[in-house]
Design a protein around this ligand. Structure first.
Ligand SMILES: [Zn+2]
Length: 279
């Protein structure tokens, strides 16, 4: 996709499976199962869709998927499907890992941050994008490096420490522009400091809200994942997203949808907000 001078690509890094109940929170299965298929173990497929943004000066990756550094146990828990597709996806778009100048993490959960690392031939993790600085909210990084009993399964501290020690981390304090046409906005909800990435170009706006609205099956306000730490904030942010998307024709880039990668919203029957695919 193009926004003026900015190029945008949805990456298919890999896909994994998660308990459907964890993904739909208080919504009963009889309802969410009409929107999203699940298997005999109640697992649903989620794609891992980082965003690649090319501006005049920078080549930015937003979120990084699971990558290839999970151990067997972690792969099994996350029902990870195959191998990371980072190399194929970059090659498809004619980029090399060295070309990436910045990585922006919406938050540091394993399915968003682990792919910033790459298993070296000796098995030890190194940086997948060796020339990129890594941007994340300071508050998110503090939480990630000091997980509690609830968050420890998804903040993989041993891996995050490799990033922390790399000298590449740039810790952000709140909202603001990061690069030409690219800014961040703290959303909270999913984690207290999870951030959205906003891209402006050619009079259009794309927002990548990450797990605030992970798929087109999560457009309805109460469809909030059980893993969100502050579901009421997530709902508030979703309401704001509905308003902006409908009023100003924003495009939303989903981070886990198996079908819609970019969509606009429209108001359908009885005020129901529906996705309209954008290619
Ligand atoms: Zn997450």
């Amino acid at each position: 996709m193009r926004l003026g001078d900015i190029e945008l690509h949805s990456i298919l890094e890999n896909y994994f499976h998660l308990d459907g109940g964890a993904m739909f929170g208080v919504i009963p299965k009889v309802i969410w199962s009409k929107l999203y298929p699940s298997d005999d173990n109640n697992l649903i497929r989620l794609d891992l869709n980082p965003l690649l943004i090319k501006t005049g000066q920078d080549i930015i990756v937003v979120d990084t998927g699971f990558g290839d550094i999970l151990n067997e146990r972690q792969r099994k828990i996350n029902a990870l499907a195959g191998e990371t597709r980072w190399d194929q996806e970059l090659a498809r778009l004619n980029f090399k890992p060295e070309d990436i100048t910045a990585v922006v993490l919406t938050h540091a959960h394993a399915d968003h941050a682990s792919g910033a690392l790459k298993a070296n031939p000796d098995g030890r993790p190194g940086l997948r994008f060796p020339n990129a600085k890594i941007y994340v909210q300071q508050g998110e990084w503090n939480d990630a490096m000091n997980p509690n009993e609830r968050t420890a399964a998804t903040y993989l501290v041993d891996n995050l420490r490799v990033l922390d020690d790399s000298g590449k981390m740039e810790l952000l304090e709140g909202d603001g522009p990061l690069f030409s046409g690219v800014s961040v906005k703290v959303m909270g909800g999913h984690t207290p400091y999870s951030q959205a990435v906003i891209v402006d170009g050619g009079g259009q706006r794309v927002i990548y809200p990450a797990d605030i609205m992970p798929s087109s099956a999560h457009i309805k306000i109460p469809y909030v994942a059980a893993v969100d730490l502050d579901p009421l904030t997530t709902m508030k942010r979703k309401r704001w997203l509905h308003e902006q998307m409908l009023k100003d024709g924003w495009i939303l880039a989903f981070d886990h949808d198996i079908n819609y990668k970019f969509a606009r919203f429209r108001e359908g029957e009885k005020g129901k907000v529906e996705p309209v695919k954008v290619e």
